[in-house]
Design a binder for this molecule. Sequence first.
Ligand code: HEC
Ligand code: HEC
Ligand code: HEC
Ligand code: HEC
Length: 195
Amino acid sequence: MRSSIRTLTIVISVVGAFAGFYSIRQDAQIVQKTAEPPKQGVPEVIILAKESKVGTVTFNHVKHNSGEYTVDGPIRCIECHHVSQPASEAAKHPPLKTVWPADRTTTLTMDLFSKDPKGAAVAKCHDCHARKGETPKLLAAIPETKDAGSTTITTLTNQLAFHQACDSCHIQIKANRPDSKVPDAVTCVSCHKRS
Ligand code: HEC
Ligand code: HEC
Ligand code: HEC
Ligand code: HEC
């Protein structure tokens, strides 16, 4: 008697497992039909500030670049990857002027990256915006900008470049959509978490 109950339980759980498996497979098929092309090589979630004493930052790259998070519309790659466009385009947004590679003719998009990841040539922010006191990989020195009409020079270390890139957009969004869940620039723990 006991063993037949056990057999029955096993049968039910095996059937259950198959049913579960089957419905997942069906979902997967539905997703496949409507999903965008594969984005291999584009990191989905990036852990930043790995060496920071104030704590690491978990940055959801895919939510920021897939159209899930929006400003007026989807956020374009070059909003962040500012060197991944032709020099003539970058120059329309001073102080931006530097592009990489220097003879670049393409503008980074998901489409460009999917077709030719190598040709899309995405450089890491860190390869130019190094930490204070460190030499960047792609430049002779950490980038500097001079404020228009003043002599103040800003050295765009990783800390400054990332804060400026992230905060400038979040502040704008908060002003237009007070109920948004964007991090608050001065509430450090809205990004930096100590594990
Ligand atoms: C929008 C999210 C965000 C907020 C808010 C934020 N930070 Fe950061 N912070 C970052 C990112 C991203 C980096 C760059 C990390 C990297 O280089 O990988 C960074 C870098 C730093 C670094 C340099 C870390 C290192 O070791 O190189 C320090 C220090 C820092 N932040 C302190 C602060 C303080 C203090 C506050 C609050 C006033 C703050 N941050 C608010 C995202 C944020
Ligand atoms: C909101 C800012 C933001 C947007 C928008 C964005 N990215 Fe990124 N992306 C980053 C950050 C930050 C990193 C990490 C850079 C680092 O580690 O220095 C990164 C890293 C990458 C990397 C990995 C580079 C490497 O060698 O590790 C690829 C590839 C990439 N992004 C492609 C894209 C594409 C394609 C788009 C547009 C569809 C896009 N990104 C949009 C911020 C952004
Ligand atoms: C190839 C080197 C390089 C890479 C890669 C790079 N930057 Fe920069 N960045 C610069 C230089 C150089 C400047 C100064 C302006 C110029 O020459 O275009 C700058 C300027 C900036 C500024 C200041 C813009 C302003 O309006 O004052 C921010 C913010 C910034 N970068 C963030 C980032 C982020 C975030 C990434 C990665 C998603 C990144 N940068 C990747 C070289 C780079
Ligand atoms: C061009 C605009 C833009 C830029 C640049 C940007 N963000 Fe965001 N961010 C958003 C929007 C939009 C949201 C979502 C707001 C909502 O859903 O209410 C968001 C939400 C977030 C959140 C909270 C939700 C989550 O995903 O955990 C974090 C953390 C965050 N961003 C980190 C960053 C960091 C770190 C950077 C810089 C590397 C950055 N963002 C750059 C627009 C931006």
